[in-house]
Write a protein that binds this ligand. Structure first.
Ligand SMILES: [Fe+2]
Length: 199
């Protein structure tokens, strides 16, 4: 099994899979938050960083609900470490229960984030709308609008659980992120203006 790729290696992997700039910017936006949460929680920072950067690698093939499993398969084909592969599979929604997965026609696998790193990436993704940070209440509103009431409740439960685990309210961590705090390889994507209608 290969080691956990660093930020530049993750961006190179995404590019090589044909990931659009819009998804790259989203991934970098989620990563800034996920890393800040991981720092507060004492989680594995390298794993969270790589997981957040690569969580949507499946969107290089499909933007549908299957992008998690498709991403898992891509990650496996690249021999990425198993903990990273599982972050990618389990990041969709607030996790997907077995019955929901069956109804969605997803292969029979475990889609519920269980490790702290899996939860952090899943939840950071829920607190980002494309390339904007949103509150947990706004995220909950999005779940409700899509008719995903149960998943919305699970997202709020995950918010509470991570806030308790880390001793910080996740919404506070979002508020503390500043727009000029990024200098790494992701900065060019974070600064990029994306025309939403061209992709
Ligand atoms: Fe995703």
């Amino acid at each position: 099994m290969s080691p956990i790729p660093n930020e530049q290696q993750c961006l190179d992997i995404l590019k090589a899979q044909g990931t659009t700039d819009r998804v790259m910017k989203h991934a970098c936006t989620v990563t800034r938050l996920a890393v800040a949460i991981a720092r507060s929680c004492g989680a594995d920072m390298d794993l969270v960083r790589a997981g957040a950067l690569l969580h949507d690698i499946g969107r290089s093939r499909t933007h549908g609900i299957r992008h998690g499993v498709v991403g898992e398969d891509i990650a496996r084909s690249l021999s990425l470490p198993e903990p990273l592969v599982l972050i990618i599979r389990k990041h969709v929604g607030a996790g997907i229960l077995p019955g929901e997965a069956a109804a969605l026609g997803l292969p029979e696998r475990d889609y519920i984030p269980s490790t702290v790193e899996e939860k952090i990436v899943c939840h950071a993704d829920n607190l980002v709308d494309d390339d904007r940070y949103i509150t947990s209440q706004a995220s909950y509103g999005d779940f409700i609008r899509k008719g995903l009431d149960d998943a919305g409740m699970r997202m709020l439960d995950m918010h509470k659980e991570l806030s308790r685990l880390c001793g910080r309210d996740m919404d506070e961590i979002v508020q503390e992120l500043t727009s000029n705090a990024e200098h790494g390889p992701c900065s060019r994507y974070l600064d990029m203006r994306i025309d939403k209608w061209t992709e």
